[in-house]
Ligand binder design. Sequence first.
Ligand code: GTP
Length: 264
Amino acid sequence: MSVGFREALPLHNNRNRQSCAFLISGLNMKTEDRGGANAPRVRIAVLGKINVGKSALTVRYLTRRFIGEYRSNTDLLYRQTVTISNTPVEVEIIDVSGETRDVFPIEPIQWADGCIVVYSITDKESFHYAIDALQKLRPVSSAPVILLANKADLDHLRQVDETEGRNIANQNGCPFFEVSVAENSNDIYQAFEVLLNESRCIHPNNANKIRKFSVTKMIGTLIGTNNKCQQQTQGGTVVVCQKSDLHRNRVLKRRQNFTATASL
Ligand SMILES: Nc1nc2c(ncn2[C@@H]2O[C@H](COP(=O)(O)OP(=O)(O)OP(=O)(O)O)[C@@H](O)[C@H]2O)c(=O)[nH]1
């Protein structure tokens, strides 16, 4: 069950409202290995408490695969080109680690054109974390935000009702999605589409040079132990950077000791 930006736009951003509605009505997005020259770039930050499924969500969206067992303790930057309404868009997604976060992650939020705040329906604390994040976001960023409840497949362990999540989203003027990354909910893709469309509407001229990627190799990077700063592949990239790079290159910082096992 989800609420789209068309409903949320009046509370959220009046600029480009008509064009956003047009784009949303024509949702047709798929991940691609490459895009055209001068594709616009949209940057997304994925926030949330530890263990809510931020990494699994990001990888699911980019690869259609579910990362089942892994651990991570730093932020990751993913790059991929997707097609939205027949237009290639270079997407950068920062997966903000919840593990070592003792202060609110302002840097990735200010870097991003749009934010996804994630909580787990099985973890009430993660819901409170998400509420707190939504409140702290607004003073530091005007970027579009969506609230995403994950692990809907674990209904028997549910601690947060869907209506609670939707009410908080409504109060904050943002779309709400309840999904199961493990089960490949269609709402996962709709959530990204809605956010990317809205973010692109706000930043229509952020054209950048295109990169080429390989999703398969990106997964290899996730599973492997390569610590190079950047893994450029045929279809996708995972970037490992230092925090100090954030201001210099508008590229995000990153984590170590990342191990993963991909399952389809
Ligand atoms: N049952 C179920 N498990 C999930 C789902 N999404 C993620 N998981 C599991 O939840 C655990 C945490 O997922 P991660 O993606 O590492 O969570 P995270 O928020 O990125 O965690 P940090 O990076 O440590 O902040 C993993 O064991 C995943 O397999 C889901 O939709 N359903």
